[in-house]
Ligand binder design. Structure first.
Ligand SMILES: CC(=O)N[C@H]1[C@@H](OP(=O)(O)OP(=O)(O)OC[C@H]2O[C@@H](n3ccc(=O)[nH]c3=O)[C@H](O)[C@@H]2O)O[C@H](CO)[C@@H](O)[C@@H]1O
Ligand SMILES: C=C(OP(=O)(O)O)C(=O)O
Length: 425
C-alpha cells in the first residue's frame, strides 16, 4: 500500500495548475447517461473517483474513455457514449468505493425507466443516507423499493413535482435536477444546494437542451423535455475549489509565495476571508490566484455550513493551519456528524486539540514533530499532508488511497513547489 513520506520545514514557492473539480466531474460524467450520443467533457481531473466513474459507466455498457487531443489539455478530455445498449445497474463492488455512484440513479431512471443502484453504505465522515434522493424521485412518480441492499427504481416516465428536501443536499439536488430534465412537466426544487458544482452541472445540462432556471439559488425550476442532445462543444469543468483551498492552506501553514493557475477566487470567498484573517495575502491575478504568507499564521475560528459559507470539505485542511498558528481557535462542523477523524492523527504530530461534540478547540503550537499517521478519509489525508509539511523531521502518511480518490497528482504538485515529499510503497 502506498504511503507519502514528507520531510517538513520547507517553504512553498512557484506555481502549479489547479485541476477540474472532482465534485463537478462526477455528476457531469453521469449526466452523459441522459443522452444517446457521444458527450465530451473537458478539464476532467485525473483521480481515482473519475477512474471509478468511467469504470462504472463502462460496466453499464457505455463507452467511457479519455481522448487524446492536440490541445494543451491533452488527456484531460473524456468522451462518454451511452448510445446503448445500457444495463441500468450499478453494482456494490463499485458503489462501495465511491458514494457519488448514487448520481447514476436519476439519469438512469429518467432515460431508461428503471435502475438498480446498490445502496451506498456509511463512511468515515458520517452515515450519509440517500433518503432525500429517493423521496424526491418518488414525488416524481417513481416506484422505489430497497431490497437486498439495492435501490430498485421504476417509472414509465417521471413527472414534474415540487420537492422540498429536508436539508440542503448537493448530490440530492444534482440527482433530482438530472431526472427532472427528462421528466414530463415542471419540477421545482426548493431548498436546493447552491454549490458551484450544482450550477456547473445545470449549465452543462442547458447546453444539452435542458430547460433549467435558478441554478445557484435555493429554488431551481426545471421544465422537462422529451430528449437531450450532446453539447455542441465539450463542457469545460470548473476549477476545483477544494484543491485550490487545500494549496492555499498548505502555503498559509508552511509559508511561501505560490501562484495557483486557473484557480477561481469567487468560489472560495469564505475560505479566503479566513485565510486573510490568519495573515495570508490572497490575490486574484491574471490567470489564477496568488497566495503569500510571510509570518506564523494567526489562529482563526470558523464553522462549516452550506455554500456560500465555509465548506466542510475544507475543515480538516484549515484545522492543520490552526494547529501551528499563534493563539487558539474554535472549529465547528455542522454538516457531517463524524468529520473529526483527523484530530487523533494530528495529535500524534504534537497538535493540541480537544473535541467537544461538533466543536474542536485548537491551541496552536510553535512546532509539530514528524510521526507516522494514518489517513481516514479524503480531506483528513490532505490535512495530514499539510501538517507533515510543517512538522520537524519525517512524517509518513499511510492509507493514501483516500487522498488519491480526490486529488490530481498532489505530491507531484507539492514537489514542484519545493516540498520534500515522495510516494513510497
Ligand atoms: C460528490 C460530492 O459532491 N460530494 C460532496 C457532497 O456530498 P453529498 O452530496 O453526499 O452531501 P450532502 O450535501 O447530500 O449531505 C449534507 C448532509 O445531508 C445529509 N443527507 C443528505 C442526503 C440525504 O438523502 N439525506 C441526508 O440525511 C448528509 O448525511 C449530510 O449530513 O456535498 C458534501 C457537503 O458539501 C461534500 O462534503 C461532498 O464532498
Ligand atoms: C466527502 C467528499 O467526497 P465524497 O462525497 O465523494 O465522499 C469530499 O470531496 O471531501
Amino acid at each position: 500500500m502506498d504511503k507519502l513520506l514528507i520531510h517538513g520545514g520547507r517553504r512553498l514557492e512557484g506555481e502549479i495548475a489547479i485541476a477540474g473539480a472532482k465534485n463537478a466531474a462526477l455528476p457531469e460524467l453521469c449526466a452523459a447517461l441522459l443522452v444517446g450520443a457521444p458527450v465530451r467533457l473537458a478539464n476532467v481531473p485525473r483521480l481515482q473517483d473519475v477512474a471509478t466513474t468511467l469504470k462504472l459507466l463502462r460496466t453499464m455498457g457505455a463507452r467511457a474513455e479519455r481522448v487524446d487531443t492536440a490541445s494543451a489539455d491533452a488527456g484531460d478530455e473524456v468522451v462518454i457514449d451511452a448510445t446503448g445498449p445500457i444495463v441500468p445497474e450499478a453494482p456494490y463492488e463499485l458503489v462501495k468505493t465511491m458514494r457519488a455512484s448514487i448520481l447514476v440513479l436519476g439519469p438512469l431512471l429518467a432515460r431508461f425507466g428503471r435502475a438498480v443502484v446498490s445502496l451506498p453504505g456509511g463512511c468515515a465522515i458520517g452515515s450519509r443516507p440517500v433518503d432525500q434522493h429517493i423521496k424526491g424521485l418518488q414525488a416524481m412518480g417513481a416506484d422505489i423499493v430497497v431490497e437486498h441492499g439495492n435501490i430498485v427504481a421504476k417509472a414509465a416516465r417521471l413527472h414534474g413535482a415540487r420537492i422540498t428536501t429536508d436539508m440542503v443536499t448537493v448530490t440530492g439536488t444534482e440527482n433530482l435536477m438530472m431526472a427532472a430534465a427528462l421528466a414530463d412537466g415542471e419540477t421545482v426544487l426548493e431548498n436546493a444546494a447552491q454549490e458551484p458544482e450544482v450550477t456547473d452541472l445545470a449549465e452543462m445540462l442547458i447546453a444539452m437542451g435542458a430547460r433549467i432556471e435558478g441554478q445557484g439559488t435555493h429554488r431551481i425550476r426545471i421544465q422537462g423535455v422529451t430528449a437531450l442532445h450532446a453539447p455542441a462543444v465539450p463542457h469545460r469543468i470548473i476549477p476545483d475549489r477544494i484543491e485550490t483551498g487545500t494549496f492555499l492552506c498548505a502555503v498559509a501553514a508552511a509559508g511561501g509565495n505560490v501562484l495557483l493557475r486557473g484557480a477561481r477566487a469567487d468560489h472560495l470567498d469564505a475560505v479566503i476571508d479566513k485565510l486573510r484573517e490568519s495573515g495570508a495575502s490572497v490575490t486574484a491575478v491574471d490567470g489564477g490566484l496568488r497566495v503569500a504568507m510571510h509570518q506564523r499564521p494567526k489562529a482563526v475560528s470558523f464553522r462549516t455550513s452550506e455554500y456560500p459559507a465555509f465548506p466542510t470539505d475544507m475543515q480538516a485542511q484549515f484545522m492543520a493551519v490552526n494547529c501551528v498558528a499563534e493563539g487558539a481557535a474554535k472549529v465547528s462542523e455542522t454538516i457531517f456528524e463524524n468529520r473529526f477523524m483527523h484530530v487523533n492523527e494530528l495529535l500524534r504530530l504534537g497538535a493540541q486539540i480537544e473535541v467537544d461534540g461538533h466543536t474542536a478547540l485548537v491551541q496552536g503550537v510553535e512546532r509539530l514533530s514528524g510521526a507516522s499517521v494514518m489517513a481516514t478519509d479524503l480531506r483528513a489525508s490532505a490535512s495530514l499532508v499539510i501538517a507533515g509539511l510543517v512538522a520537524d523531521g519525517a512524517t509518513t502518511v499511510d492509507r493514501i488511497y483516500h487522498l488519491d480518490r480526490g486529488y490530481d497528482r498532489m505530491e507531484a504538485k507539492l514537489r514542484q513547489l519545493g516540498a520534500h515529499i515522495e510516494r513510497v510503497s
